[in-house]
Design a protein around this ligand. Structure first.
Ligand SMILES: Nc1nc2c([nH]c(=O)n2[C@@H]2O[C@H](COP(=O)(O)OP(=O)(O)OP(=O)(O)O)[C@@H](O)[C@H]2O)c(=O)[nH]1
Length: 323
C-alpha cells in the first residue's frame, strides 16, 4: 500500500453573503467530526475534481443552491480542527435557489456582529478576518515635503472613492507630530467608515482613537506578543516566509508581503513576482496583501495568487500616477 504523504484534506468552503451583509452558517451534524460547531458550508474535494466544481457540488448537495457568483477569499491550511485541512474559501454574493439544510443540518443567516453568540469551528477567525478586510489597503505617501492642502484633498478623494483601510505612514515625522496628524486623519477617515492603522507605539492607538497598528518586520521580530487587544487590527510587514511566520507568532491579524513588482519607494529591492509572492505566502493562516509596485489593475492577479488584495502607496493615491 502506498502512503499519501500529503494527507492534508482539500476542502472547498463558501461564505454566502446576503443583501444585508448577513452570513449563512450551518451546524455540523451529531455524527460528524466537530459535531455541534457552526461552520460555513462546504466539503472535501474528490479525486481529480477542480476546487470550484467541488464548491458547486457541495453547496448544491448541502444547502440546495447553484449558479454561484463570487470570488476567492482566502486559501489556508490549519490543524486546529479534527484533522489537518486546507480550506479554499470563496465569498459568494449571488446564487440560484433558496438556501436550506438539505442534509438534515440546521442552517441560519447571522449578522457579523452576532457571530460571538455561536460556537464556530476553530480557525473560522481567519475567514472572518479575510471577510472584514477590504481588497485594497492604502498606505499614505509622506505628508512631510508635500503640499498639505493637496495631500488632504487626495486623502478625501481616496476615502470618497471607497478606501476602507489605510496605514498612516510618514517615517520623517517625530512621534509628537505624527500623533497630531493621526488625530486629524482618524477623524476624516471615520467620517467615511474607514479604519486607520498607525506604525508607532501601541499607546498611540488609544490616544488618537485609531483602529490598530501596522508594524515593520524589524519591529515584529523584536515583539514578544500581540500589543493590542483582539478588537483592534494588528498588521505586520513581511518580505518572505520567515517574516510571515514571525507575524503569526505574535498573533498578527494580517500581513503585507513585498515587493511583488518594482517600486518607486524601494527601487533597490528585487521583486518577487506573483509566483514568488504565492510561494512565500504559501497557505499560511492569515490574510496577506500583495504590496510593491501594484495598482488597481493588478487586483485580479492578486486574488488568483491567494492575496487578500493589493496594498499600495502610489497605486491607490489619487493623482500619484500622473505626478
Ligand atoms: N465546511 C467547512 N469545513 C471546515 C471549516 N473549517 C474547518 O476547519 N473545516 C474542516 O473541514 C473538514 C470538512 O469536512 P466535511 O466532513 O464537512 O466534508 P464533507 O462534506 O465532504 O463530508 P462527508 O465526509 O460527510 O461527505 C472538516 O474536518 C472540518 O472540520 C469551515 O468553515 N467549513
Amino acid at each position: 500500500m502506498t502512503v499519501d504523504v500529503d494527507d492534508v484534506l482539500d476542502i472547498a468552503v463558501g461564505v454566502l453573503v446576503d443583501a444585508e451583509g448577513r452570513l449563512l452558517i450551518a451546524q455540523r451534524r451529531p455524527d460528524t467530526p466537530g459535531a455541534g460547531f457552526w461552520e460555513f458550508p462546504g466539503g472535501k474535494r474528490e479525486d481529480g475534481e477542480a476546487i470550484f466544481d467541488c464548491l458547486g457540488r457541495e453547496l448544491a448537495e448541502e444547502i440546495g443552491v447553484t449558479d454561484l457568483r463570487g470570488a476567492p477569499l482566502i486559501r489556508f491550511a490549519h490543524d486546529r480542527g479534527p484533522r489537518p485541512v486546507r480550506l479554499h474559501v470563496w465569498r459568494i454574493d449571488g446564487w440560484t435557489g433558496e438556501p436550506g439544510g438539505r442534509e438534515g443540518q440546521t442552517v441560519r443567516w447571522i449578522a457579523r456582529d452576532a457571530l460571538d453568540e455561536v460556537e464556530l469551528l476553530p480557525a473560522t477567525d481567519v475567514i472572518l478576518a479575510a471577510l472584514a478586510l477590504p481588497r485594497r489597503y492604502l498606505i499614505t505617501p509622506r505628508l512631510s515635503g508635500a503640499d498639505r492642502k493637496a495631500w488632504f484633498g487626495a486623502l478625501e478623494e481616496a476615502l470618497g472613492r471607497g478606501t476602507r483601510l489605510l496605514r498612516l505612514r510618514d517615517p520623517d515625522l517625530s512621534d509628537a507630530r505624527y500623533a497630531r496628524l493621526a488625530e486629524v486623519v482618524v477623524e476624516q477617515a471615520h467620517r467615511h467608515g474607514a479604519a486607520v492603522l498607525l506604525d508607532r507605539d501601541a499607546d498611540m492607538v488609544e490616544t488618537v482613537g485609531a483602529d490598530g497598528l501596522h508594524w515593520s518586520a524589524e519591529r515584529i521580530a523584536a515583539a514578544r506578543r500581540r500589543p493590542l487587544p483582539r478588537e483592534r487590527w494588528f498588521a505586520a510587514s513581511a518580505h518572505d516566509a520567515r517574516e510571515l511566520d514571525a507575524a503569526i507568532a505574535v498573533d498578527a491579524d494580517f500581513a503585507t508581503v513585498s515587493p511583488v513588482a518594482v517600486t518607486a519607494s524601494h527601487p533597490k529591492a528585487g521583486p518577487l513576482g506573483w509566483p514568488g509572492f504565492e510561494s512565500q505566502r504559501d497557505d499560511r493562516a492569515l490574510p496577506v496583501y500583495a504590496l510593491g509596485g501594484l495598482e488597481v489593475a493588478d487586483e485580479s492577479d492578486a486574488l488568483a495568487h491567494n492575496a487578500q488584495g493589493i496594498a499600495a502607496i502610489r497605486g491607490l493615491w489619487p493623482g500619484a500616477a500622473d505626478a
